[in-house]
Design a binder for this molecule. Sequence first.
Ligand code: HEM
Length: 415
Amino acid sequence: MAIDPTKPVPPTYPRVAGRDNIPAHVPPELVRSAGIPFGPDFLRGPHAYLAGLHENFPPVYYDVSDFGNSWQLIKHEDALFMLRHPEIFSNEGATPFPRDPDDYYYFIPIEIDPPDHRKYRAILDPIFSPKGVLALEQKIRDLSNALIDEFIDEGGCEFTTAFGRPLPVSVFLDLMGLPQDKRDTFVSWAVQLLHSQDRESMAQAMDSISSYLKEVIAEKTAQPDDHVISRIVHAQFDDRPISPPEIFGFVIFLFIGGLDTVFATLNNIWLWLANNPERRREMIANPAAIDAQVEELLRVWSVTFSGRQVVKECEIRGVQLRPGDRVSALLPACNYDPEVFPEPTKVDFHRRRKPNLAFAGGPHSCMGAHLARLETKVALQEWLRRIPEFEVAPGAAIEYRPGAVIGPETLPLVW
Ligand code: HEM
């Protein structure tokens, strides 16, 4: 359905939730309640749970939950089909974050379908391309080292607060053209927005972020620079200047898309490194293989999902999907598809390259993927160079936080 991004309106699709609202075309034998991403079985060990779906669940099943019912895809091939067919699977209303219906905006580019979608991506392509992000490499290295300097002599740290969160936030501030002294404030807003259990607290965080970003947008309008916010503010879209709701929806989505995902990825990888000293030493002994190592770690520890709205009837593995249905590709489960990745949960740095779905695929594949890869790579290089031996603090309980970005809540380490 064509939408006008300059005049945003909330999506009209009905929300279907709970067992009493299963559409008639859904075969009863495909109905499940997988409890992703809030259920206790999932939270006990999310990645093991997602890998186990291949043994215990049909490849396409209809998930019923009080938060919303949806088809769930766990096969690599089916996820690629969904991601590559935006004419069947639309992104309108794809994100769950609350917005005021009277002051609505789209999250850009994620909620915009092709062909308009590409025009937004083009605005930032020079910054997010592999060559563009290389310009940030030295900064990421310096930031990583400055953070490590703060705790290395203490013989331990809580990884999340000391490194995992501040690193992507600092990189983000540089990229956007925001002051570094805002780092701790941004971290606290991100935590409050993405991990509050109540809507009120989420809405408060959204208000703080919104008022700050609106001020910054006004400043960058008056004083352009070469950073991301300024490029968006001064972008030309077809033959018109980009409009205020587009600017705001684009800037705020970068904040949401870029901070939590990198942090969760680092937390998962560092937990694995801490628990697998032999594999860690293998990595340190093969510094030239860092790119393959990063790719495999991103596959095994992928952290998020892709949601779509079915707008055209279609069939996947003989299952009918109808307009109005929601569908979600469980990307970490797809990355554990044993038909594509034999012994899928094993970290194997010598695998043959196959599409890694950590960053999804198709037109909406992650815009920050090259940056995220670079951040992960540089963080690994600098940490392993300076702190090669470390483990989880004895007695520490690792708990996973509920939500659509999978990672341990905290990670106390000692060395
Ligand atoms: C390891 C870290 C990251 C992971 C695992 C990740 C994952 C993803 C995934 C799976 C999508 C596709 C969502 C969908 O199809 O519905 C996506 C989209 C996106 N990501 Fe990332 N992301 C990461 C880091 C970043 C960073 C650092 C940024 C920017 C600073 C970023 C910005 C975006 C944007 C703007 C989109 C929307 C792209 C579009 O709609 O065309 N991401 N990301």
